[in-house]
Design a protein around this ligand. Structure first.
Ligand SMILES: Nc1ncnc2c1ncn2[C@@H]1O[C@H](COP(=O)(O)OP(=O)(O)OP(=O)(O)O)[C@@H](O)[C@H]1O
Length: 244
């Protein structure tokens, strides 16, 4: 049993473009410890989304290996990869991607249904409780604030007890106070043992992480451990990226 939740070994992802190949990820080797909260930053086009997608089994590297625990993803069939994503990986996006016709409770239960399980009501309500929405189970997304909708999305991502929770700009659509509430939740989850990997442009959001990775031109150029937002912002400025 390996203690890293995720391991990348010389992961390269290139795309054939009109003016030649683009190397979005360039031989990235990386270990993400279990129960850690990692933020991925870098200028636009540095490979953040590609890193997230290859790590989460949504995209396949051109070369190299991605391990989720002891499972090597790159060798899996599409079917096995889909099953693995449904059961072992959770996602939250900038747009909450909730189904508007379903209640919070039904949205959260959806991944269990997709995994062929009959959701237990108490189990679903407990996850909603965990994100502070115990009293909103019967509300539809349109009846909830942006922050509450993202909490429902978080509950939906957590209901399968994933090995890794991925966030792609999870606070990008929220005002700073509401965003802080969501980040505090992510921090609490990591403190409780949940591995979290989040892409963000926001130094304040990244300051909630244990480790901040800085990407440039498809490579991890730098990293900081438990940094303050100011330190992250100045590192970004030095890399030529304008923090937002
Ligand atoms: N499907 C694709 N086809 C061709 N090139 C792509 C594709 N996806 C990404 N790229 C290229 O790969 C590089 C990395 O893109 P990626 O989206 O990972 O960057 P990013 O750091 O997430 O950027 P942003 O912060 O702007 O979202 C870019 O040069 C991009 O143009």
């Amino acid at each position: 049993m390996n203690h890293a939740a995720v391991r990348l070994r010389s992961v390269t992802r290139s795309y054939a473009g009109r003016s030649g190949a683009v190397t979005a990820l360039d031989a990235v080797t990386l270990d993400i410890p279990r129960g850690s909260f990692t933020a991925v930053m870098g200028p636009s086009g540095s490979g953040k989304s590609t890193l997230l997608q290859c790590t989460a089994g949504l995209d396949r590297p051109t070369a190299g290996e991605v391990f989720l625990g002891d499972t090597e993803l790159t060798g899996l069939s599409e079917r096995r990869l889909t099953l693995l994503r449904r059961s072992r990986i959770g996602f939250v996006f900038q747009a909450f991607n909730l189904l508007p016709a379903l209640t919070a409770e039904q949205n959260v239960a959806l991944p269990l249904r997709l995994a062929g399980r009959r959701p237990k009501r108490a189990e679903v309500l407990a996850v909603l409780e965990r994100v502070g929405l115990g009293g909103r189970a019967g509300h539809r997304p349109g009846e909830l604030s942006g922050g509450q909708q993202q909490r429902v999305a978080l509950a939906r991502a957590l209901v399968t007890r994933p090995d890794v929770l991925f966030g792609d700009e999870p606070t990008g659509a929220l005002d700073s106070t509401t965003g802080r509430g969501v980040l505090t939740l992510l921090r609490t989850m990591a403190d409780d043992g949940q591995t979290v990997i989040m892409v963000t442009h926001d130094p304040v959001a990244a300051s909630y992480a244990d480790r901040v990775l800085f990407l440039a031109d498809g490579r991890v150029r730098d990293e900081l451990h438990a940094p303050a937002a100011e330190e992250i912002a100045s590192r970004m400025t030095r890399m030529g990226a304008v923090p937002c």
